[in-house]
Design a protein around this ligand. Structure first.
Ligand SMILES: Nc1ncnc2c1ncn2[C@@H]1O[C@H](COP(=O)(O)OP(=O)(O)OP(=O)(O)O)[C@@H](O)[C@H]1O
Length: 401
C-alpha cells in the first residue's frame, strides 16, 4: 500500500529530522555552557570536565554541573552563568541546572589537569616559564610600595594581561585590604581548596594571594612571628600550591628592607626583575638604594625606580610637594653602573583618591581612572607591557642542522 508506506516514510523522516534538531540543540547547549568560565580557575567549564550531563526535551534544557567542592563560594554565580548560557541557545525556552559535586577521583583528575603534568608543589615560575616575575621592593615601610603593587597589577590586568599577585609582606600584609578582599567585619577572603591546590581569590581581574588569607579567622590583626625558614617555606607554598594558571605577569609585594624574604625570592625566583619604590624624600634614598643593591647581588635585574607620593599639580596651578622632590632620581643614579643605567620609570603623584581608595578597598586605578595617579599607573603598565611575557633565559628548542 504505497500511500501508507509513504505516510510511514514521512513520519520516519519527520522523526529523524526532529532527532537531528534535538541533537543539534543539545550540542549547542553543551557548547554554550561549556564556554562559561569558572570564576576562580579562569578556565571554561567544558575544559574542566565540570559539565557532566546535557539533555533537551520540548525546548527544556537540563544541565548537570559538577562543582569542585561542596560549599564552593562561587556556586551561585556558576549556576546562574550556566543557566543564562543555556537560555541563550535558540529553541530553548526553559533551563534546569542540577548542581552536584565532584567525587574524589574526578577532583584528582581535575587537579592533575590543572598542574599540567607538573609534580605536586613544584614551582611553575622557573626561569624557562613564560611568566614574567616582578618583585616590588622598597627600603623602608610606609613609602607606598603595596599601593604601587596593587594598582600596577590592576592596571596591567586592565590591559588584558593575565596577572597574579603574591603579597609576601608577611609582617605588614595589606594587599587584601587594598583590593577589597576584606569584608566589613575585617575577615579576609580565603582561597578555595581543591585537593592540595589553593585557588586564589580574584580582585579586579588579578589572582591574589596573601599570608593574611591563611591566618585563623579573627586573628588577622595578630602579629605573626615569622622566622626565615618559615618565610621561605611559605613563599615556596605560594609558588607551588596556589593555582595561578597561565600568567603573563606575577607581581610580588616584598616586605620592606633587605631581610629574609628578599633573599628567599632571590633564590626561588632568580630571574625576577625588581622595581624599587621610593618617595621623593632624599633622606629615604639610601635605604631604597640598599634594597636595589641586594637585588643586584642576588643576580636579579633592576627594572627601574618608581617614585610615589611625588609632587602633584593642584587645581590653582601650584605644586604640592609633601615629600619634596628628587628622591627617585637620586636612587636611580646611585643604582646605575657604567654598563647599566637605572631610570625612574614612573612618578606617581600624591593623590587623595589613592589614599582613601586604599583605605576602602577601592583601588584608584579601577575606581578613579582619570585621577593623575591612576593615569601614571596606566602609563607604567603600558611601559611594562611592551614585553609582558618573558623570553629571557628561555631555552628555545632549536637544533643546528
Ligand atoms: N601616591 C600616594 N598618594 C597619597 N597617599 C599614598 C600614595 N602612595 C601611598 N599612599 C599612602 O601611604 C600609606 C602607605 O602606603 P602603603 O601601605 O602602600 O606603603 P608600604 O610601603 O607598602 O607600607 P608597608 O611596607 O608598611 O606595607 C597608605 O596610607 C597609602 O594610602
Amino acid at each position: 500500500m504505497p500511500r501508507t508506506a509513504t505516510g510511514a516514510n514521512a513520519a520516519a523522516d519527520a522523526e529523524t529530522a526532529d532527532a537531528a534538531t534535538v541533537s543539534a540543540t543539545v550540542s549547542a547547549v553543551r557548547e554554550a555552557v561549556g564556554a562559561v568560565t569558572d570564576p576562580e580557575l579562569r578556565r571554561p567549564l567544558g575544559e574542566l570536565d565540570m559539565i557532566h550531563a546535557v539533555a533537551v526535551a520540548d525546548g527544556v534544557a537540563s544541565v548537570g554541573i559538577l562543582l569542585t567542592i561542596a560549599g564552593c563560594p562561587m556556586a551561585q554565580r556558576i549556576e546562574r552563568d550556566v543557566h543564562d548560557a543555556a537560555a541563550g541557545v535558540r529553541g530553548i525556552r526553559e533551563v534546569h541546572v542540577d548542581v552536584g559535586v565532584m567525587d574524589d577521583d574526578q577532583r584528582a583528575a581535575l587537579t592533575a589537569k590543572l598542574r599540567g603534568g607538573r609534580p605536586t608543589a613544584a614551582n611553575p615560575f622557573t626561569a624557562d616559564s613564560l611568566t614574567r616575575v616582578i618583585a616590588v621592593t622598597s627600603g623602608k615601610g610606609g613609602v607606598g610600595k603595596s599601593s604601587v603593587t596593587a594598582n600596577l597589577a590592576i592596571a596591567l590586568a586592565n590591559r588584558g594581561l593575565r596577572v597574579g599577585l603574591i603579597d609576601a609582606d608577611v609582617h605588614g600584609f595589606s594587599i587584601p585590604g587594598l583590593v577589597g578582599l576584606v569584608d566589613p567585619d575585617g575577615r579576609i577572603q580565603r582561597p578555595t581548596r581543591v585537593e592540595d591546590l589553593a585557588l586564589p581569590p580574584v580582585a579586579y581581574g588579578v589572582k591574589t594571594i596573601s599570608i593574611g588569607m591563611f591566618l585563623k579567622p579573627g586573628a588577622e590583626d595578630t602579629a605573626v612571628p615569622w622566622r626565615g625558614p618559615m618565610l621561605h617555606r611559605t613563599l615556596e607554598q605560594f609558588l607551588g600550591e596556589v593555582y595561578f594558571g597561565d600568567l603573563d605577569l606575577l607581581l610580588i609585594d616584598m616586605p620592606p628592607g633587605t631581610g629574609d624574604a628578599a633573599i628567599s625570592v632571590g633564590h626561588l625566583l632568580p630571574h625576577a626583575e625588581v622595581l624599587v619604590v621610593t618617595t621623593p624624600q632624599r633622606a629615604a634614598a639610601s635605604v631604597a638604594v640598599r634594597s636595589g643593591q641586594l637585588a643586584l647581588q642576588l643576580g636579579q635585574r633592576l627594572l627601574g625606580v618608581v617614585e610615589t607620593m611625588a609632587p602633584a599639580a593642584m587645581p590653582d596651578g601650584s605644586v604640592f610637594e609633601p615629600f619634596g622632590s628628587g628622591g627617585g632620581e637620586a636612587v636611580a643614579a646611585r643604582l646605575s653602573t657604567p654598563d647599566d643605567a637605572v631610570r625612574v620609570i614612573a612618578s606617581i603623584p600624591f593623590s587623595t583618591a589613592l589614599r582613601s581608595g586604599g583605605d576602602e578597598g577601592l583601588p584608584v586605578v579601577a575606581e578613579h581612572p582619570a585621577d593623575p595617579a591612576a593615569r601614571a599607573f596606566a602609563e607604567l603598565a603600558a611601559t611594562l607591557s611592551v614585553r609582558a611575557r618573558g623570553l629571557a633565559g628561555i631555552r628555545l628548542p632549536l637544533a643546528v642542522a
